[in-house]
Each structure stands twice: as C-alpha cells, then as structure tokens.
Design a protein around this ligand. Structure first.
Ligand code: PGA
Length: 251
C-alpha cells in the first residue's frame, strides 16, 4: 500500500511574520491528520526558519529547486543538495512547470538534478505535465512520456521507488481549473502503466501526486482515485485550514 503524501509548494510567498502564523497553525492542527506524509516547501531562504518553528514535528520540509552541482562551487545564487541536507531538508521539487517555462529548465537538467538528489538521499518530487495546447492537440501522453524518459534514462527505473512524481497539468496550476478526477486518474494510470512496463514492482510503489488548483472541496474526490496518492498544493497550502483539510482528505 502506498502512503499518501501531500506537499505544500509555497512558491515565492511569505515573510517571517506570515510564516510564524502559518506554521504555528499547522503545528496546532497536525494531530488531526491521519496516516499521511506531509511536507511544506518554503522559499529556500526560509527553510531553516520553518524548521525551527516546526520544532521537530512530523511535517517535513522541502525545497522548490536546487543546483545541478551536488556540493559547492562558483555558482552564484544557487543552493546545492548538500546545503539542503545540511539544513534538514528532506524533499526537493524538481521540474516544476514554472521552472521549465520561466527559467528555461530542460529535461536534461531536471534529470541531472533528480540524480543528484537521489544520490544525496533527498527525495525528489518530479513534476510532469502538459499545457492546454498539448492536451488539445493530442500529444499529452507523448509530452509526459518524454519528461519521464529523460529522468528514467539517467537514474534508471530501479531508483523510481525513491522518486515522488507530481502530475501537474500546466493549465490547472493557479488557474482555479482543476483536472476532473477522471482526467487526472487517466494520466496517473498512464504514468504508472508506463513505469509498470519497465518494472511492475517499482511502479506499484511510486507515489504519484496530483497538483493544480487542489482545494478542500475537490481534494476528496481527486484523492479517491486509485492512482492518485496525494497532492502537490500551491495556493491552498498558504492557508493552514485549507492545507490541513486537504491533508485530511488524503488520509
Ligand atoms: P496551485 O499550484 O495549487 O496553486 O494550482 C500547484 C503547483 O504549482 O504546484
């Protein structure tokens, strides 16, 4: 059985004051959540602060990106996986569509980053997903397959039970347009089926999150689908009540 996993992607939001309020609220409500893994991914500069406010409770902390280089070097503005580990960061979101579209991250860079994260023992949350144009022109599956293949070619299927996949249709991110539970399930089944063709045992263990306008009122139905194992939550993760309600829905 796969354990559901819900992660909050705060993107570039927050201040010390707002984070203190949000994380304190999460601390006081976390006991309401059942058997679900939970992580929050603040902007990198706040990772240490979030960890200190969490004070060792069961919520894990993740980053939203990291460098391809594993350790240190002349890479102005970057953070390495060694630094994330050093700051008790257990997850890293990689290949988010905003990184792909706004910062030109390529499949090959993302594959390298997944490899670097795995080697350091930090769990990558690998985002894949199609644009509306790609969905409407019928190339959705090949787009997602290409995104997955780039990573599979570098790390191999055997490593994928340590990778979390987040299916995030680009047209559903921050738009209020959620994929219907059926649309999402269809793609999740496609992803699991593709991995299953390579290694059925690994495929049965891979956690595949759905992301894109998940809210408390659509989470239960989405997470009720057989191949949806939780969510990667943007906007709603900035509100403690909403995020906790979504985590409960995964339980
Ligand atoms: P959203 O973002 O929940 O605000 O749509 C999801 C994401 O980008 O990870």
């Amino acid at each position: 059985m796969r354990k559901p996993f819900v992660a909050g992607n705060w993107k570039m939001h927050g201040s010390k004051a707002s984070i203190l309020t949000l994380v304190s609220d999460l601390n006081s409500k976390i006991a309401e959540i059942g058997d679900v893994d939970v992580a929050i991914c603040p902007p990198a500069i706040y990772i240490d602060y979030v960890n200190r406010v969490l004070a060792g409770n069961r919520i894990a902390v993740g980053a939203q990106n990291m460098a391809e280089e594993a350790n240190q070097g002349a890479f102005t503005g970057e953070q390495s996986v060694a630094m994330l580990k050093d700051m008790d960061c257990n997850y890293v979101i990689l290949g988010h569509s905003e990184r792909r579209a706004l910062y030109g991250e390529t499949d090959s860079q993302i594959a390298t980053k997944v490899d670097v994260a795995l080697k350091a023992g930090v769990t990558p949350i690998l985002c894949v997903g199609e644009t509306l144009e790609e969905r409407e022109s019928g190339v959705m599956e090949s787009v997602i397959a290409t995104q997955l293949d780039a990573v599979l070619d570098v790390v191999g299927i055997e490593s994928f039970d340590k990778v979390v996949i987040a299916y995030e249709p680009v047209w559903a991110i921050g738009t209020g347009k959620t994929a219907s539970p059926q649309q999402a399930q269809e793609v999740h089944a496609f992803i699991r089926g593709k991995l299953s063709g390579l290694n059925a045992d690994v495929a049965s263990k891979v956690v595949i999150q759905y992301g894109g306008s998940v809210k408390p009122d659509n989470a239960v139905e989405l997470f009720g689908q057989p191949d949806i194992d939780g969510g990667l939550i943007g906007g709603a993760s900035l509100n403690a009540n909403d995020f906790i309600a979504i985590c409960k829905a995964a339980g």
